[in-house]
Design a protein around this ligand. Sequence first.
Ligand SMILES: NC(=O)c1ccc[n+]([C@@H]2O[C@H](COP(=O)([O-])OP(=O)(O)OC[C@H]3O[C@@H](n4cnc5c(N)ncnc54)[C@H](OP(=O)(O)O)[C@@H]3O)[C@@H](O)[C@H]2O)c1
Length: 302
Amino acid sequence: MTRSPENPPWAVVLGVSSGVGQAIGAAIATDPGYNVFGAHRGHYPAGAGELAASVEAAGRTAHLHVGDAGTAEGVQVTADALLRRAGPRSVALFVHSIANASVGRFVPERGGPRDGSPKVAPDEDRDTALYRVLAPKHFQKTFDSMAHSFVWWAQALVERDLLAPGARLLALTNPIGHSLVANFSLITAAKAALAVYVKHLALELGPRGYRVNLLNFGTVETPAAAYGFGTRWARFKSICEASTPAGRLLEAGEVARFVSLLCGAGAAWFNGAEIDFSGAQAHSILDAALRHDFPPPERTDG
Ligand SMILES: NC(=O)c1ccc[n+]([C@@H]2O[C@H](COP(=O)([O-])OP(=O)(O)OC[C@H]3O[C@@H](n4cnc5c(N)ncnc54)[C@H](OP(=O)(O)O)[C@@H]3O)[C@@H](O)[C@H]2O)c1
């Protein structure tokens, strides 16, 4: 299929209705000017509407598919919808921005809320998940939607000949694997698998001219990030600000603008790379902990 300003390539963004995925969808429509095929399950209709409006304001087409894009079956259904809408060799960028992990612990915390006490925490509703003991169903959901589905999508895109020449595939990760947080065990493990998948896909897809990379960025305020910390979210944000040399949290729009850069010809040699966009958040946690004013006062904005 011939591409032209009237017939631009498509970006596929999974998790397009919120957080980083929403920001990436909006940025990509402006620079480099792709149409956006987004997938989400419908929990954030306002975010989906804002995304569609910003893509259309940029003069591009938004097609939003509502369904689960993180299961083996969901990948096939969503990729078929993509083929019907965008056609073969149309996808220049694929971004996997699904956040659908289970938090919890492998064993109950010693002396913690689940160790002999039925009560979980002062704010039980927000913190229940943090203290649960992870079961096989949590492993399956987290690995399917956060790791395995990245490979299933690569397979589905190749099988349907959906990728445009030079297409870029991007997975997203965080620096938490470098300074562990209890309750995040499954997320950290799934991200480790994702990192290996990226390297292997880069090996297999590189000879076809495609590029597969992993973008590692620091904490951004989103529903998924807040959920993962429950009532400790305000404290975690304060710690991130104190331990990031720039002294503040990263914003979704900053990640999105960097993804626009990664679409350019100058980034074509990145392949199988873990690209560090963390702002040194995880590098400097020990240095921050040594400062006289650490821990920082807790933020009061929730
Ligand atoms: N926020 C951070 O601090 C941070 C830092 C580094 C990396 N990341 C990574 O960035 C990615 C996005 O995270 P985020 O913080 O932006 O999350 P978020 O704001 O909570 O958004 C998650 C998006 O994924 C969609 N989604 C979840 N499960 C889905 C499924 N099975 N199929 C289709 N869509 C699904 C959600 O919509 P529905 O629920 O309606 O489906 C929503 O659009 C994740 O991979 C995360 O690990 C985040």
